[in-house]
Design a protein. Structure first.
Length: 219
């Protein structure tokens, strides 16, 4: 019988083997994308039979879910730790880019092309909402009276006030919703292009472009 809070040797072995399976999965994704993920191919690489590997992950979708969950958890923890260190919205932006550059395949798994036929469970959405919560917290202006949105911003804020389901239960005012949404979409646009290599050969530094956009978004 296992002692509370301690893994048995069998449990430790299972944890280690699941981690090894996930590592092989990331290597497959790097080579052929998530759509090409094959549990049978991973089993062959590890010298196991297919049925033996399925004792650790019952299906391809279960393995993908675990990888997506790990990726979202990693980003949520990164942004929350950055926010807890008193970083402002620019600080979160730089933390986002560093996280993405550290492992582009991890980034593309959650923000790239959806895996055909795959549907994430509800708890993934819950973790993703933690990421947006951190941004909404940082996006709230210290002095709302100083805000002077133009007509386009005002229309967007009015729209977001009526369509704020993506912000879940966060009490952010419309101005913060606008800031966070623009921050999220525009920085992801640059990151996705950079990580996919679309700036290669253009003779520019993506870091300078990203920093300039971040300054523009948070000035």
């Amino acid at each position: 019988m296992a002692i509370a809070g301690k893994e048995t040797p069998r449990e430790r072995y299972r944890t280690q083997l699941r981690a090894e399976i996930k590592q092989h999965a990331w290597e497959q994704i790097a080579a052929a994308g998530a759509a090409g993920l094959s549990l049978n191919a991973i089993a062959k690489q590890m010298g196991m039979s297919g049925p033996a590997l399925y004792r650790y992950f019952a299906s391809r979708d279960e393995l993908i879910t675990e990888l997506i969950r790990d990726a979202y958890r990693s980003l949520a923890d990164t942004l929350r730790a950055t926010a807890d260190s008193s970083a402002d919205l620019p600080g979160l932006g730089h933390a986002l880019r560093a996280w993405a550059l550290d492992d582009p395949q991890r980034y593309f798994l959650i923000y790239g092309t959806p895996v055909p036929g795959y549907h994430a469970p509800d708890d993934i959405t819950t973790i993703a909402s933690e990421i947006m919560d951190a941004l909404l917290d940082a996006a709230q202006p210290a002095d709302t009276a100083a805000e002077n949105p133009d007509d386009t911003d005002a229309r967007l804020e009015a729209h977001l006030a009526q369509h704020r389901g993506w912000a879940a239960d966060h009490p952010a005012p419309p101005a913060a919703l606008r800031r966070a949404l623009r921050f999220w979409t525009r920085l992801h646009g640059i990151l996705s292009l950079e990580l996919a290599g679309h700036f290669t050969g253009m003779g520019l530094d993506p870091a300078e472009l990203y920093t300039s956009e971040l300054r523009h978004l948070t000035r």
